[in-house]
Ligand binder design. Structure first.
Ligand code: SCA
Length: 169
């Protein structure tokens, strides 16, 4: 909290919108995903992070990306799919992952108008997602998400309902 007040911690949401500075932050985040998600092909990471229909919420400290979450909002369906989520190695388990998710929920609700998130979680990330309010039970009606998100084997589909009123940040 003190760091944030000193202006050293910043949460931002960027997409590949043609602004050079946004591209630089997205490249920094893409490099973290490449290192933290070794099972994901690098080309696939670049493609989604740079895809214009994806957005990335990231935490920036002292002009460096600490971590982020890349997601695709489906505004017509009012849900978003989380594609990647990672914090750089030496900054993990310090609370950044939780704060990042809270910023994502707030942004997705207030800017994108979303009510839910879905993600195919890696086995070893299920614990983290549960702590962020995700469940393995999918309450969202299948008609709202079927055909929109790609099936991905090796992952467990998880859902999170975004509270309509709660201040997340
Ligand atoms: C953290 N926690 C975990 C955990 N990582 N619990 C179980 N399994 C894990 N892997 C717990 C902490 O102990 C803490 O619990 C709470 O979750 C939040 O901690 P934090 O400090 O806020 O978390 P942080 O380390 O900053 O970030 C979590 C994250 C990170 C998982 C993003 O560790 C990371 O980048 N890991 C490597 C990459 C990864 O596995 N990414 C996950 C998604 P308390 O509150 O009780 O103290 S894999 C992916 O993106 C592919 C697609 C997908 O959707 O899965």
């Amino acid at each position: 909290k003190r760091e944030e007040e000193a202006g050293k911690l910043k949460f931002a949401c960027y997409s590949n919108d043609g602004v050079d500075e946004h591209m630089i932050w997205l490249i920094g985040l893409k490099n973290i995903f490449g290192r933290q998600l070794p099972n994901m092909p690098k080309e696939y990471i670049v493609r989604l992070v740079m895809d214009r229909s994806h957005k990335s919420v990231m935490v920036i400290r002292r002009n460096h990306v600490v971590g982020g979450i890349t997601y695709r909002p489906y505004p017509s369906q009012k849900f978003g799919e989380i594609a990647f989520c990672a914090i750089t190695a030496d900054e993990q388990v310090k609370g950044y992952g939780t704060r990042l998710m809270n910023h994502l929920k707030q942004h997705a609700r207030d800017v994108d108008g979303l009510t839910h998130f879905l993600t195919y979680a890696d086995n070893n990330a299920v614990g983290y997602f549960i702590k962020q309010g995700f469940t393995k039970e999918i309450h969202l009606e299948k008609e709202r998400w079927q055909g929109y998100i790609k099936d991905y084997d090796g992952g467990i589909l998880m859902e999170c309902k975004i509270d309509p009123k709660l201040p997340y940040t």
